[in-house]
Each structure stands twice: as C-alpha cells, then as structure tokens.
Ligand binder design. Sequence first.
Ligand code: KG4
Ligand code: ZN
Length: 360
Amino acid sequence: MKILAIETSCDETAAAIVEDGTKIISSVVATSKEMHEKYGGIVPEVAARAQLEYIVPTVSEALTRAGTDYQHIDALAVTIGPGLIGSLLVGVETAKTIAFVTGKPVIPVNHVVAHMYANFVTSESPARSQSPPGRWLNGPLPSEAIAFPAISLVVSGGHTELYLMKNELELTWLGGTIDDAAGEAFDKTARLLGFGHGGGPAIQEAASKSRLTGGSPMRRLPRPMLDEKNKVNFSFSGLKTAILREVQKLQDKQTLDDNTIAQLSYEVQEAITDVLVKKTLRAAEAHNAASILLSGGVSANLRLREKFSIQHPAIDIHAPPVHLCTDNAVYIAACAYFRGKKTPWKDITAVPDLSVEVSS
Ligand code: KG4
Ligand code: ZN
C-alpha cells in the first residue's frame, strides 16, 4: 500500500511516499527556519505564508522523485495537529483537495504520535551508524524487530511525551512535560548563547568541545523532577531560568567566552539528557518493557543516545536515523499505515490543540 503523506504542522513543509509503512519511496522537506532567524523564534504568520509557497512544489517533487503520480497512490495521509493553525491548514486543505480531485481516501494523523513510527521505517542509513555501541536495532522488518511492550519517548521542539506501546496499534500516554519541551530548552539556550536558530545541534556541537577538555567545571544545573519516584512528568522551564541566570552572571563578569559557552552547553545537555534517560528507564522498568523507542528532533542528540546505551545495555533501544528524527512526512505515512483510519475528506479538519494523550 503506497501512501502519499503531507506534513505542515510548523515551519517544515514535507511530503513523502512510503510503501507498507516501512519502505521510503521518496521524501522531500522544505523549511522556512532561516526566515524566522531575525525574530528570535518562529513567527506563525511567516511560517504559514512559507507553507503556502512551498506546498505544491514539495508534493510535486515527492511524486517526481518516486516516479509516480496520484493515480498510483493508494491513500493520502496528512498531519491534522497539534501545530500552528495557519501551517496546518495548508497541508490539510491540500490533502483534501487532492482527495476530492482524485477520489483517494485520506488518513488524518496526530503529529506527536506519528513521530515514534519513524522507528518502523527501514532506512538505508541505519541508526546504528550514528549511535554508540549498544543494542541499537534497525532491522529490515521493523515491526517484527521491535519487541513489545515498548516504552516510547517522543522528544521534540514542542513535546516531551512518554507512551506505553503494547504493539504497533495499542498505545497509552503515560505522561509528558508540564511546561516547556526538552527541545525548547535546547533552542532557548542556543539563542541565549548566541547560536541563533541553531538549536540542539549547535548545543551538541559546542558541548562536544567542552567534553574534549574534560567536561564542565561549571555549576551543576538542576535536573528538574528527577527525584519524583514513579512520576513520568517532565518540567524544563526552571532549567531555562537557571541557564539565563548563569549566562547573565558570566556576562556581568565578562567571562562569557567560547570556553564558558562550550562548558555551559555541555552542562545543559547533561541536565536535559539525564532527566530524559532516567525518567524513560524508570517507565521501562515499571512496565516491564522489552524495548525503548526514541523519536522526535531531540532524539537525534548523540549524548542522549550514548547515555541510553551506557545506562541500560540490556534493553533494545531503537532510534531513527537523524534525518527521520526531525520533522518530515515519512513517519506521517508510517503512522497512517499502522494505526490510521481512512476518513471522508469532508470530515477532516485541522486541530491545532489536538491531544497527545491517546489511549487505544
Ligand atoms: O521533531 P522536530 O523537528 O520538531 C517538532 O516537532 O518540534 O524537533 C525539533 C527540535 C528542536 O528543538 C531542535 O533543537 C531539536 O529538535 N534537535 C536537537 C538535535 N537535533 C534537533 N536537540 C538536541 N540535539 C540534537 N542533535
Ligand atoms: Zn515534530
């Protein structure tokens, strides 16, 4: 079954064609990231306008690269939420229009839930090659390679959520962030340290320089909510304030140089990844999980991957290759295949505050 998926929840415009939820035929991602640079954050109106400009060329390019056309597609899939309303509308209305014209069914998809299905896709660049030693799996038959029950951590710019996955279909939300997402903490720190829109990758890069010189002698930043036994909620807004204070202190002392920036990046990355790893492993133990699935932009973080394999070498840990961690339409198609419901196009609407607290 070939699905043409469309993803426009934020500042990426993406289209992909995926066969049977696992085989990537084509994938195209356009972004308006750079347009937001001067505003210090994503401007919804700017993102929506860029979506309008990019959507038709992106979908056309996905079809061209796949050497196919609408007639040879079995279904459409589209992100309906959560996300920015202006951006979501562009994808949703495009999918509905294609469905109306071609008569193909449409499958509405929850963006956050979909992230974890990047682990079900067979990739030519195995996660293993970008991950440290450990039980990193990326088998050719992903749905069979993943041992259930699994604990799934979706960690992105807007979300930090934990799920219990009994099988490809049955999913229960366990908990999530009560304020900022982990990716937001990375992004805000990056801006404070002068990395602009570089976000997590810029922090990872700077942190690796500090690590080479023996880690950070800097004050230890808080590990929020780490000690609350059996609780699976996260909080990252306090961490953001602690970083802001630390940066201000260094600026006052005029000691915010490349070296202290690297040290602060290291410590921030340590704090965020400590919390993510501990809480996920705690959930895995509580639910007797046979494997852990990582997904979302922050799961591209190499230190996070390293900590998972060091701290729990006995459990199977799955993480998509880096290009499938950040927003794209491949996992939208995969999710649609494994748990989607074909819906008449007239009944599909964008839902910016779509709940991630699923149980099915
Ligand atoms: O999944 P995603 O592309 O978009 C959302 O759905 O939010 O995630 C983007 C987030 C950003 O916060 C970005 O800074 C973070 O993922 N990210 C990383 C890394 N690569 C992307 N965070 C830490 N380390 C990375 N290597
Ligand atoms: Zn995302």
